[in-house]
Design a protein. Sequence first.
Length: 347
Amino acid sequence: AWQVQSMADRFSDSFPIGAAVEPWQLNGKQGKILKHHYNSIVAENAMKPISLQPEEGVWDWEGADRIADFARKHDMELRFHTLVWHNQVPDWFFLDEDGSPMVDETDEAKREANKKLLLERLDTHIETVVDRYKDVVTAWDVVNEAIDDGGGLRETAWYQITGTDYIKTAFESAREHAGDDAMLYLNDYNTEVPSKRDDLYDLVTDLLEDDVPVDGIGHQAHIQIDWPSIEDTRESFELFTELGLDNQVTELDVSLYGWPPDNAYATYDEIPDSLYDEQADRYAEIFSLYEELDADISSVTFWGIADNHTWLDDRAEQYSGTGVDAPFVFDENYRVKPAFWRMMDER
Ligand code: XIL
């Protein structure tokens, strides 16, 4: 995969090409592919709150530093993922001074005190992390997945304890510490789905009216071969562009399956070539759109490097008992797939 034209070169007029990585993927063949094909990286897990601050005031920088150093050394962009999320966040954030869950508190005065404490913890987390990586980070996922698929805001512990103030505090703290030039994103999945896109639109317009410093929308783009439609995908970019916001594609993968993936193939050998061809058509379609809208899209990042390592395998296993997915343009042995050639096509 490192003897062919580089994806980063191919799209250099349009946007950087990124990959999500674990620290152990920086060496060997995967490191070689990274350096050749990508000019941006993001930590798949190493920069989430549970990785960085597993206990209050106890920091683990090892994996995160390796990724940041790789980006510095090879002059790559680094997307930071993620300052706030409801998953992969340690419980201590949400325990009060007595060690009881803040969400259970009924006394009004204590609820107010808890909220203040939680927002202070958030601010401390953000200040510490931002100071460490702001020299190399080009885009920050400030809040991840704030919207509920069923409508409105997701009722996480963050929301139950602070309302929307956690979002405000997170962006204001990121702006204060990362500076005026830092690019700050609300990141979410299924941003193409009209109802969810509208909820995200409502949230971001409220935030902007309140002078909360949001610069753009991160579209995760965990997509499938036949879903979502290219029209919905286009409308979603255009909608946020009209608001004056930037767009980034932050976690692209093209699953071979529908949702849920309860019919997954058990091994790569069983996956028919025709399915890989359909996936290649999808890659052609999606990259044509990204190129056409390149003024509105400042970065495109895959949620992995090659099919040998993808979080979608866990999903396939969960719903099919056993199974593999193969969502990328490099196969499980790092060879180029039909999807690679179709996304690289001159248009
Ligand atoms: C996933 C990782 O890929 C997995 O390794 C981990 O077990 C769970 O999180 N949306 C996100 C990412 O914003 O952080 C998730 O990453 C995938 C979905």
